[in-house]
Design a protein around this ligand. Structure first.
Ligand code: DC
Length: 257
């Protein structure tokens, strides 16, 4: 199976690193967090209480989420265009309002049941190499433990809370959101706690995951640690860093996480 799982807490570098690894291997990059975020955005939009387990679970079952390659017109730093029906929600699902409830939505057992089943389907399809990509890099919290436990390479990225909060703060400011560092730090501490203490599929490294620390590292350094592991565990051959990898030598704090 050509699948690499990357798990870790918020802003540990999963998306930035996973995207680059996907590019170098011609694998589909799939960030599962966007699905939880899309459900959180939809319940805010519809005025549904995040504590209403059944109602939130129904939204997860019915939401027409699609993920597409960014169109030529969307040169705003997005890795993909996320739509709910025809509506482009790529940036709204990253808002502080969504941040504040998404962990509660992700702890909902009905939501997890629905979304992990879909994610596993995508992982198996692309991991078989039979789809238009050579494999899949799937990123989240429980990919190595629950969604694709049979993946031959499992990575767990970690960085100290303060460093991760600094990255998130920078992203929010760069996107024009008003942000207060102390609040970002407190919110992230709380989200870490909800994600790792929930009853269903809590955040934790798979027993056989390789753990990599990302503080002080560039995106390229972390990617260059993972690619030899992909060669060893999957037998694939990476391409050289391409012209499209413009974030490759930047510090992780500059990218999406
Ligand atoms: O990685 P992120 O910040 O976009 O994730 C948003 C939320 O979804 C976060 O609370 C963790 C949760 N999540 C999860 O529980 N399982 C996943 N596979 C991916 C994300």
């Amino acid at each position: 199976m050509n699948a690499i799982t990357i798990d870790g807490p918020a802003a540990s570098g999963k998306s930035t690193v996973g995207y680059q690894v996907g590019q170098r291997l011609d694998f589909l990059f799939f960030d599962t967090g966007i699905m939880y975020r899309a459900v959180a955005w939809a319940i805010l939009d519809r005025g549904i209480d995040s504590a209403d387990v059944e109602a939130v679970g129904r939204v997860a079952g019915q939401l027409p989420i699609s993920v597409k390659a960014p169109g030529a017109g969307a040169q705003d730093g997005r890795q993909a265009t996320i739509q709910i029906g025809e509506l482009d929600v790529t940036w709204p699902i990253r808002s502080p309002r969504v941040d504040s409830i998404v962990s509660i939505v992700a702890a909902n057992r009905l939501v997890r049941q629905e979304l992990s089943r879909k994610q596993r389907g995508i992982g198996l399809e692309y991991g078989s190499g039979a789809a238009e990509k050579a494999g899949v890099v799937m990123v989240g919290r429980d990919i190595g433990t629950v969604v694709l436990p049979e993946a031959p390479l499992k990575i767990y990225l970690k960085a100290p809370l303060k460093e991760r909060a600094r990255r998130r703060f920078k992203e929010l400011v760069e996107r024009g959101n008003e942000a207060d560092f102390a609040k970002v730090l407190d919110d992230m501490r709380l989200r870490d706690r909800i994600d790792s203490e929930r009853a269903v599929a809590p955040l934790r490294p798979a027993r056989d995951a390789l753990q990599i620390r990302t503080e002080g590292a560039s995106v390229l350094e972390v990617v260059e640690q993972i690619l030899p592991l992909a060669v060893k565990h999957l037998g694939v051959v990476p391409s050289s860093p391409g012209k499209q990898d413009t974030t490759g030598d930047s510090d992780l704090s500059a990218g999406l996480a």
